[in-house]
Design a protein around this ligand. Structure first.
Ligand SMILES: [Cu+2]
Length: 360
């Protein structure tokens, strides 16, 4: 729903550049004389069309990470996901609200302050389903029989980063604060943590968790934990200081900070951030090596369902080929979260519900 709006924006841009239209070019006068033949366009229109994609895109990236983290947290806590209906409801609430907040990127464009306050309200509303999800992830962990697999570590890391990056979203969603923080490193810190690193942690969690399913081998644990700790600590060391730089007024998108006297104060911190960034990059090479090495040389998976997971994919044989299952397609009888129920550690979705049990 949001991408076509961006594409339409691009088409209008092509028209402006090549066919003499003026969707985005407003009247430009030099000494009272019109400099261009264009009339009546608005550059702000382009920003609206861009951010109508730009904000929902945050959730296009985040929602799959949230889904993977929810599944992996539940499997490795040996507990059902806490507040399942609230979790699904929150996903829908976020997906809908995501389309109603785009102008919070435009508080300094000269946007009508009243309209701005409407976007503040709608933006802060997203904190509600986000908080519901965070508390439900934490309560899923609460008193769980936790296994700290690499997938689980990255899922917990995802929750940590989602909280850290999400809280500064409340700062930036307020126009009164955003007018000060706009275009500073505070923004860089916020969105790289929440949309960059958090969603990458969700993807890493998914890769580590389903790797045995995909290749019938495990990834190397030592390298996985090394990758996790360097990336988590590194992400915080890179992006945490940027909040302070932003508050102190360091702007984004500058090619060289050294040529202004007032920016000299940031030099040391910038050097520190660059150093950590290179170390974190090296850790990603560790991950790539681990990934490809383990496809061929990883420890072999001996059981079909190594994590004791309920969901259907673990009922398919390793390297199943076309159609996934040999013979009949399995039938689903229950939800995916029957962990620790009826004295059993887990009950696969393909297990029929007994006469004495109630169905979900
Ligand atoms: Cu946004």
């Amino acid at each position: 729903l949001s991408f076509p709006v961006l594409f339409s924006g691009f088409i209008l841009l092509i028209f402006d550049r090549n066919f003499g239209t003026s969707f985005y070019l407003s009247d430009i006068f030099i000494n009272g004389v019109g400099a261009l033949p264009n009339e009546g366009g608005s550059a702000i229109l382009y920003q609206h069309l861009f951010w109508f994609l730009g904000h929902p895109e945050v959730y296009i990236i985040l929602l799959p990470a949230m889904g993977m983290a929810s599944e992996i947290l539940s499997v490795n806590s040996r507990k059902p996901i806490f507040g399942y209906m609230a979790m699904v409801g929150s996903l829908f609430a976020i997906a809908i609200l995501a389309f109603l907040v785009w102008a919070h990127h435009m508080f300094v464009t000269g946007l009508n302050p009243f309209l701005g306050s409407v976007f503040v309200l709608l933006t802060l509303l997203i904190a509600v389903p986000s908080a519901i999800k965070v508390f439900n992830w934490l309560t899923t962990l609460w008193r769980g029989n936790i296994r700290f697999t690499p997938g689980m570590m990255f899922s917990i890391g995802f929750v940590s980063l989602f909280i850290s990056g999400g809280l500064t979203g409340i700062w930036l969603g307020n126009s009164a604060l955003d007018i000060h923080l706009h275009d500073t490193y505070f923004v860089i810190a916020h969105f790289h943590i929440v949309m960059g690193v958090a969603s990458m942690f969700g993807m890493f969690a998914g890769i580590y968790h389903w790797f045995p399913k995909m290749y019938g081998r495990y990834m190397n644990n030592t390298l996985s934990y090394l990758h996790f700790w360097i990336t988590l600590a590194g992400a915080y060391m890179i992006f945490w200081p940027m909040h302070y730089q932003g508050l102190a007024g360091m702007p984004r998108r500058y090619y060289d900070y050294s040529v202004w006297e007032s920016f000299k104060q940031f030099a040391e911190l910038n050097r520190f951030i660059s150093t950590v960034a290179m170390i974190v990059f090296a850790a990603q090479l560790l991950f790539l090596f681990n990934f490809f090495y383990s496809i061929f040389k990883g420890r072999k998976v001996t059981t079909q369902n190594p994590y004791g997971s309920n969901t259907l994919e673990w009922t398919a044989p390793i390297n199943p080929g076309h159609g996934n299952w040999v013979g009949e397609i399995p039938e689903v009888h229950r939800w995916a979260y029957d962990y620790g129920k009826d004295g059993k550690e887990f009950i696969s979705q393909t297990t029929p519900v007994g006469a004495d049990e109630s169905s979900h």
